[in-house]
Unconditional design. Sequence first.
Length: 278
Amino acid sequence: MGKQTAPEYRRNEIGGGPFSLPEKIVDFHNHVRTDKETDELIDLMNAYQVERTLIMGVYPLPACPDSNALVLAAAKKHPDRFVGGVYADPREGAKAIETVHRFHGEGFRIVKLFPNLGYYPDDPVFRPFFDAVAKLGMAVLSHCGFLNPAAGPDSAEYHSRPSRFEKLIRRYPDTPFIMAHMGGIAGFLEAAMLTTRTRNAYADTAPGQGLWVFKTVPQIAATFPPEQIIWGADSYDYAGLIPQYKSALEDAGFGPHFHKVWRDNAIGLLKRIGAITA
């Protein structure tokens, strides 16, 4: 992500058209993998009037073997701007539950999952993990759809289909489940079904698959309840991304609901799970 030094850009370049973005917006899906990226993200947030950003840990990578520690440091450095989410792998059993408890103690209220790495989240063997998440009052945000080949040859999108969360969404009705990337290219119909039929299912718009849904099948994207969609950037540079989303969301009929998608839904959810207080 590049450093943006023109705070007026958002107003001048993407403030036109019949609908305007809220004065402050929320990025509900992002990551930082180095201290440099943390500083760059803060610069971007300042340039584009991003009030808060949810940053989440990711599965171990050679360049970032412990992203949870980095996210924690960033959240402590900028507590009024960053909301932290902890990466966990339910296959680790008691260790995964301990990780969730430990970061909950640090103020984290969102658990990030990557089922693509080789497990089905609705496998009954993981019930103790989700019992713990629910008991702590946390939310779950899971990658859905295709995952970068860097995740390895065994990574597959079918592990992370939204339908694999249906039993969990129904079993834990007070736990918010956020399906990233609008459910993925292959799974957006399932995400649409879940958001329209269960009150605790959400979809985030994160690119590139989320943007693909709005651009390619706007008629179907339009069926998602505007109260259950949350905007996220997923490490893409705001400069090119925000104008694309503004246009795509307008074309799908969400212009009158910009305040919900770009800010209010995120703030309301973060307050409900205790991630922020104001």
